[in-house]
Unconditional design. Structure first.
Lengths: 257, 98
């Protein structure tokens, strides 16, 4: 708060003395108002809830795919798979809401962020782009999907060595940088406080590359460890952030208000 | 008095006070928050914060809603439309002065 006092004092002194040169110095401090307006943004990522949600979603997708390989063929196998898919879809909002409600708000106070027009435009554009990219990828992978669907073992085969086409390799390897970009977007504020997150960023970007080159199999068989890896990295990063938050932020005394 | 100084003298005195400027700047960035959040962010004591909020409420810049979360009292704070407009005006005035 000292900078505000300094700013006001400078303005007042300049006004009294009729000097404008000090105003120029004060002008630089005016930019601090913008900084203070950015401060609440850190509460979006301070608890690692986004990373935990994203990591859980990726893990659920991976586990859902693994159920077809690990579990014996039965009526409830597909049920478990679908249940995990549902968990994956709900993981992000549920994890964020739960951690905020029971961990963050009691410690740092409740805050709701403004969702103005630009926010909704960005959200709609993101969804449209994501759907477009997904359709594009499906189109690119069509020959491989058709080939797998026609093979007698089907995609649940764990024993068939299978091969990874160049398109599938590019797509799976691309999941790394894509996740790294998402991770960077989610943690733009907290990455300054937790420098070790840069290392995770590199891991996220390069991990799928290693998996694609060292794990044999078709695109479904390779996508499982890729998603598992990405999920585990995000989940451990979120967990470490949450532990750090809990260690450094104590809840207020019972009668804080 | 030159243009710059006149612009400064026309700044909103309610917002111009350092503590209140900080409160308004924080509230302008969010939709709403509770008392505890502002207490932590401004690092003021409860008495100071309450008196500043009362002054801002009196000016019609801040809306204070007393409610409960379960059995725990909760004071929700948000900038009113007039408060947001006044803050925008204040910043424009500050920029014009510089």
């Amino acid at each position: 708060m000292l900078w505000i006092i300094r700013l006001i004092q400078t303005i007042e002194r300049a006004k009294r003395e009729g000097r404008t040169d000090e105003l120029l110095r004060a002008a630089k401090e005016n930019a601090q108002i913008q900084k203070i307006m950015m401060r609440p943004m850190k509460y979006e990522t301070v608890n690692g809830a986004g990373e935990i949600g994203w990591g859980t979603a990726m893990l659920c997708f991976a586990l859902s795919s693994y159920t077809s390989v690990v579990l014996p063929k039965s009526t409830w196998r597909s049920g478990i798979g679908w249940l995990l898919m549902l968990c994956a879809c709900l993981a992000m909002p549920l994890c964020r809401w739960t951690i905020k409600k029971y961990v963050t708000w009691p410690r740092t106070g409740y805050v709701a962020f403004r969702r103005d027009r630009n926010f909704w435009i960005a959200r709609v554009v993101t969804i449209v782009v994501a759907v477009g990219v997904s359709i594009g990828l499906l189109h690119l992978m069509r020959p491989e999907i058709t080939h797998l669907a026609q093979s007698p073992m089907g995609h649940s085969s764990a024993t068939s060595p299978g091969t990874l086409s160049l398109t599938a390799k590019i797509i799976l390897v691309g999941m790394g940088p894509m996740n790294a970009i998402l991770y960077l977007m989610m943690n733009a504020v907290s990455i300054r406080e937790h420098r070790w997150k840069w290392l995770l960023l590199v891991l996220l970007a390069l991990g799928p590359l290693g998996i694609c080159f060292f794990v044999p199999g078709n695109y479904i068989e390779v996508s499982r460890p890729v998603m598992l890896f990405l999920g585990l990295v995000c989940l451990s990063s979120g967990g470490a952030t949450l532990i750090s938050f809990l260690r450094h932020t104590q809840p207020p005394a019972p009668k804080a208000e | 008095m030159n243009e710059q100084l006149r612009a400064i003298s026309e700044l909103d005195r309610v917002i111009h006070e350092p503590g209140r400027l900080m409160i308004v700047a924080l509230l302008a960035a969010v939709k709403e928050c509770d008392f505890l959040f502002l207490l932590r962010e401004t690092e003021m004591n409860k008495g100071n914060l309450s008196s500043h909020l009362a002054r801002l409420e009196e000016a019609g810049y801040v809306e204070i809603e007393k409610t409960y979360r379960g059995k725990v009292p909760l004071t929700l704070l948000r900038l009113t439309r007039a408060g947001r407009a006044a803050f925008d005006e204040y910043r424009k005035g500050l920029m014009a002065a510089f």
